[in-house]
Design a protein around this ligand. Structure first.
Ligand SMILES: [Ca+2]
Ligand SMILES: [Ca+2]
Length: 183
């Protein structure tokens, strides 16, 4: 994954990165397909991340009402001060991750598994070239994903009570109902 720098050790499954735990010395998402941010202004983890949230919830319990209504999470689509990676903690409602830009995006609705495996620290949703995006904390159910006008890669989740709704407005996957074409 292009690590090669002796100072960087991303550990098993590259979990030793800020995007998975803000306790890491390796800020942001250094093994991203589009590389690491070359600016100090953006590309960091901006919240507690999935591993941090899991640990704190074990110690102190979870906030069980946070974002408990329908919530829309819009992927950041530009690199500017304030663009960062964050972990979604959401306790209810019918929720969406959406991408609005005319670039390729990855949306992954799987929550962090909190295990030593790929996805242990979360699965990353992002727009190509943008040094910001989302992971989803363990136990969180985000029901829907809407891609943008690019070639999108969308992964649903296995929650037994919901079916992930996947819509992509790309050139090759134009499956949207007309009522939502304004996104
Ligand atoms: Ca919600
Ligand atoms: Ca939900």
């Amino acid at each position: 994954m292009g690590q090669g720098n002796a100072f960087d050790d991303f550990g098993n499954f590259d979990l030793n990165q800020g995007i998975f735990t803000t306790m890491s010395y390796n800020d942001g998402w250094q093994t991203a397909p589009h590389g690491n941010s070359d600016s100090d202004a953006y590309g960091y983890q901006g919240t507690l991340m999935a591993l941090d949230i899991a640990l704190l919830q074990i110690k102190y319990g979870a906030n069980t009402t946070y974002n408990n209504t329908d919530t829309v999470y819009v992927l950041p689509d530009s690199n500017q001060p304030g663009t960062y990676y964050s972990c979604i903690w959401d306790t209810g409602g019918t929720d969406w991750i959406i991408a609005g830009a005319a670039v390729d995006c990855v949306i992954d609705l799987r929550p962090a598994t909190i295990a030593y495996e790929e996805g242990g620290g979360g699965f990353i949703s992002y727009e190509a070239g943008t040094f910001g995006g989302f992971t989803i904390a363990q136990g969180v159910v985000i029901e829907n994903a809407t891609g943008g006008f690019g070639f999108d890669n969308i992964t649903g989740n296995r929650d037994s009570t919901v079916t992930a709704t996947v819509m992509s407005f790309g050139r090759r996957r134009s499956t949207e109902p007309s009522s939502t074409a304004s996104i």
